[in-house]
Write a protein that binds this ligand. Structure first.
Ligand code: NAD
Length: 236
């Protein structure tokens, strides 16, 4: 085996924007119709579960009508070909809760903020692939309890697989951030961790993100253009 070159990629809502899924803060974004504090916290769920179920049932139905774009497809191709050539690992950490990376063919995906197409039973702690609504309080296929909730990491909850992400960042040679505003922690801090480890850092975004100055290099433009270009250059 030759020299290994490990790639860690962080994606945010911007990578799915051109698939027609609204971003967090951009004009027409997610929170203009619904205030974040009304839907994305455990307190909101305790106070008004129907509102929270309706909101997530809508998103879950919506993402199933969307398809991966050229950026998702390029990242899947990078993973496939990088591995086939034995060049190293490609780890895709996503803040997105849509399933477009997986549908595009990416396999080594860490969905740190959960997934729309998953339901979590708080009675038996099992997770199930879920494409239907939850508002009618369906039974958990494993234990029969009616305690399913969206498998989404809400504000104030701990993101998933932080130890795996840490390990990937430790072993990385390059860290690439794509389509994320750098406003939501802990993901916004990954670039600083990468810098501290001496990892090369690159940002691909429509505009400078909040932590833009932390990156060795930034390229600005739409993900469907920048990501395929970067992948083509990586694969030579
Ligand atoms: P964000 O909305 O805060 O930022 C999106 C960033 O993408 C912005 O900097 C914007 O300039 C950039 N962008 C917009 N269109 C782009 C394009 N075509 N190409 C490249 N960049 C583009 O998103 P975030 O940083 O991911 O944080 C939002 C939070 O909301 C995350 O925690 C995520 O879980 C959640 N969220 C997920 C989805 C999804 O699953 N698709 C959608 C909205 C929000």
């Amino acid at each position: 085996m030759g020299l290994q070159y490990n790639i860690v990629i962080l994606t945010g809502a911007g990578v799915s924007a051109e698939s027609g899924i609204g971003t967090f803060r951009d004009g027409g974004g997610l929170w203009e119709q619904h205030r974040v504090e009304d839907v994305a916290t455990p307190q909101a769920f305790a106070r008004d579960p129907d509102l929270v179920f309706r909101f997530y049932d809508m998103r879950r139905a919506d993402i199933q009508t969307k398809v991966p774009n050229a950026a998702h497809l390029a990242l899947a191709r990078l993973e496939r070909e990088w591995q086939a050539r034995g060049l190293g690992s490609v780890t895709l950490v996503t803040q997105n809760v849509d399933d477009l990376h997986v549908r595009a063919g990416s396999r080594n995906v860490i969905a740190m903020h959960g997934e729309h197409l998953s339901a979590w039973c708080t009675a038996c702690d099992q997770r199930h692939r879920w494409t239907a609504p939850l508002i009618d309080r369906p039974a958990c296929p494993a234990c029969g309890a009616h305690n399913l909730r969206p498998d989404i990491v809400w504000f104030g909850e701990m993101p998933y697989r932080m130890a795996d992400i840490d390990a990937a960042l430790q072993a990385a040679d390059v860290f690439v951030s794509i389509g994320t505003s750098g406003a939501v922690y802990p993901a916004a801090g990954f670039v600083r961790a990468a810098c501290a480890n001496g990892v090369a850092t690159l940002e691909l975004n429509l505009e400078p993100s909040q932590g833009s100055h932390w990156f060795d290099e930034s390229r600005f433009g739409p993900a469907t253009q920048l990501v395929p270009e970067w992948v083509a250059a990586m694969l030579g």
